[in-house]
Design a protein around this ligand. Sequence first.
Ligand code: RRO
Length: 336
Amino acid sequence: MTTPIPDPTSLFTRLGPLELAHPLINASGTFDLFEASACLPGGDGPSAADLLVAEPPVAAYVPKTVTVEPRRGNEPPRILETAAGMLNSIGLPNMGLDAFIAGELPRLLALPCPVVLNVGGFALEEYVHAAGRLRDALDADATSGTRSRRTWVNGVGLELNVSCPNVHSGCMSIGSDAGETRELLAAVRGVWPGLLVVKLTPNVTDIVPIARAAVEAGADALSLVNTFKGLAVDRVTLRPYLGGVTGGLSGPAIKPLALRFVYEVRAAIDVPLVGMGGVENVQDVIDFLACGASVVAVGAAGFRDPFVPARLAEDLRAALRVRGMSLAELVGIAHR
Ligand code: RRO
């Protein structure tokens, strides 16, 4: 038997049981695949909109955070462009779990790529309830013949958002405390059989004990990081500009800050990392991979152009070819 020679240009990677064609995905809440496709030009023949759903520009799709109850979100204004970044105070508007399971889940399951569902909550019980309901819905879908449990576990993951900066209880505070994070992960692990990711906040003094608690309690991977809490002043009224007063900063301004978190967690803990924060070009992708992320998420840049992750994947393939390096060799190289 001969061992197959690995293809040096392959970008294939794994995130737990999920198989990804390349390491580029979207950050939750920054890109609605179905809304973006509705905004793109149609016409005769396959349109950009059809293409977006038939061939998503991401290796796995992460929808916006859903909560058990529907939410309206924060008062406007909700978004402000800043120097090299963007402040948002969206406040987690969403349709709620019932409507999500009835209306959104079926079309997510029809996508030709893995999906990482994302839930938030105001108490541990809400996360456990949401994870259990989603598992039951996926099991029911499996028994109706579309896919078996083994198959859905290979194609659907769950990310816990414990780090929303714009909701002033629950979501944010759990991820700021190692003990609460440990308890949450242990409880959700008990009900969710598939990939379990937790998205951590950078708004803490030391992220490593929180990351360690999450992994020890059952997280398969960590997303690093959510947005940085900030504030902007209205130049006319001289009062806080955003309706929610504070907001989360994203975009190129935060890239060096986010890289530091990826580097420090990778140095301390052996767990797959999804790195994000200001990714716009292939050098940004390479930087996150070198610091130890094995998957990289595009956030703010996807607002302008939903095809950015697919283009970055091709740019990464070319960059690796030029360096004569495989993806596996690049991941974590800054530590060697
Ligand atoms: O909706 C938001 O305001 C929001 C969320 Br859930 C999040 O996780 N991160 C962010 O910057 N904004």
